[in-house]
Design a protein around this ligand. Structure first.
Ligand code: FAD
Length: 347
């Protein structure tokens, strides 16, 4: 698995659950456009190029699957559990912890949901047998949330119970805003039943997030990836950052364990500032990053004595996750263009 480092600019593409891109009017590019609109270079060269970039990235779902697979290989461990285990072993050797995600969301029948739960049991067993430093991340729609709340709860409870028996931990990923209430409710219900090896994810782009914080004792804080309407979510790049910092400060103040999940250098520095100011020791927080994104920055954090956890997805349902990651990569338009034009030119 290649581990690349990127210090690239943000395009602020966001996606709905099926991986389609929304119009990214709110990214740093859009702000630069406004800021530089009187500038000759910007209006005649840079803006049209940025538009072309966005158009190319928007076309990603039309790119042949083998190309998507090739371009996204750094973000995904592979199709099989063995692939994930191999990647986690390498991460652990570099002092990084992991969280394994079985790819698969929006299942259409209970058998699929049971099958995904079964794969998580296999993950927990392998991680335990090999004494790896990894927990798991689950998506509730993969465990049947859209089919039946009770079914989802049953699957989640079984996975969390298994994890508890093995001394492991389960992070519930957060999906689009139609699932937020039910996700928090399930988290709270299981917690109230005594299952405390369980944490949830909150998204800084949602306006409601600040009011969701009280009572949550273990939170991964991320910006959020799904398409949300402006009445529910901040759209501007800076507004999301401001809310991220505000939420992080509250979480730390209320004594929650936080997973600071971001590759945004500004937020990494703010995270460092906040945990330092609060006098937290290294066991009371962690940084989190996605496999294949800024691995060198993760190495630096580890070298500086911080704990870093890498999100390791694997499985046969790689396509939607790949499209999301590729559309978030600021260099993707260039990669796609060179791949496509390279073929046209017979390279
Ligand atoms: P950005 O501004 O998007 O990125 C900052 C910089 O990171 C970019 O300028 C670029 O240099 C680099 N970068 C970012 N993405 C890429 C990429 N794909 N390829 C190359 N470089 C890149 N979202 C949810 O909605 N629910 C979840 O449960 C969830 N779980 C997550 C778990 C983890 C561990 C992480 C790290 C993210 C998770 N996300 C989740 C995604 C998150 O919401 C953001 O969409 C994603 O992290 C990008 O935001 P950012 O904070 O890294 O900032």
């Amino acid at each position: 698995m290649p581990e690349h480092d990127e210090a690239e600019d943000q395009h602020a593409h966001q996606f709905n659950r099926s991986g389609r891109q929304q119009h990214a009017q709110h990214g740093r590019g859009a702000q630069q456009h406004q800021r530089h609109s009187g500038n000759w270079f910007w209006t005649t060269i840079a803006a049209p190029v940025a538009l072309l970039d966005r158009a190319i990235v928007r076309l990603l779902p039309a790119v042949p699957k083998p190309v998507v697979q090739r371009l996204s290989s750094r973000y995904i461990a592979g199709p099989a559990l063995d692939d994930a285990i191999r990647v986690v072993r390498k991460l652990n050797a570099k002092g990084k912890m992991a969280t394994i995600d079985v790819l698969g969301e929006d299942v259409t029948n209970p058998d699929e949901a049971h099958a995904i739960a079964g794969q998580y049991h296999d993950v927990l067993a392998r991680v335990g047998d090999e004494r790896l430093d990894s927990n798991i991340s689950v998506k509730l729609t993969g465990l049947g949330l859209e089919l039946d709340y009770g079914l989802c709860r049953e699957n989640l409870e079984a996975v969390v119970g298994d994890a508890a028996a093995r001394g492991s931990f389960v992070r519930i990923d957060m999906e689009d805003s139609s699932t937020t209430d039910r996700t928090l409710q399930l988290y709270r219900e299981l917690h109230a039943d005594g299952l405390d090896n369980l944490g949830v994810v909150l998204q800084a782009y949602l306006r409601r997030t600040l009011s969701d914080l009280p009572g949550l004792d273990n939170v991964r804080l991320c910006k959020g990836i799904y398409v949300e309407p402006p009445e529910l979510a901040f759209r501007e790049y800076e507004a999301v950052r401001v809310n991220y910092v505000r939420c992080l400060e509250v979480l730390v103040r209320q004594g929650s364990y936080v997973g600071i999940a971001t590759h945004d250098e500004h937020l990494i520095r703010e995270g460092l500032r906040i945990v330092r100011a609060a006098g937290l020791d290294r066991e009371q927080y962690e940084f989190q990053m996605l496999l294949g994104v800024r691995p060198d920055r993760a190495d630096e954090l580890v070298a500086d004595g911080h704990r870093v956890r890498v999100y390791v997805p694997y499985g046969s349902h790689w396509y939607e996750y790949s499209v999301r990651r590729l559309q978030e990569n600021p260099k993707m338009a260039g990669y796609i263009a060179s791949d496509i034009f390279g073929r046209v030119l017979g390279r």
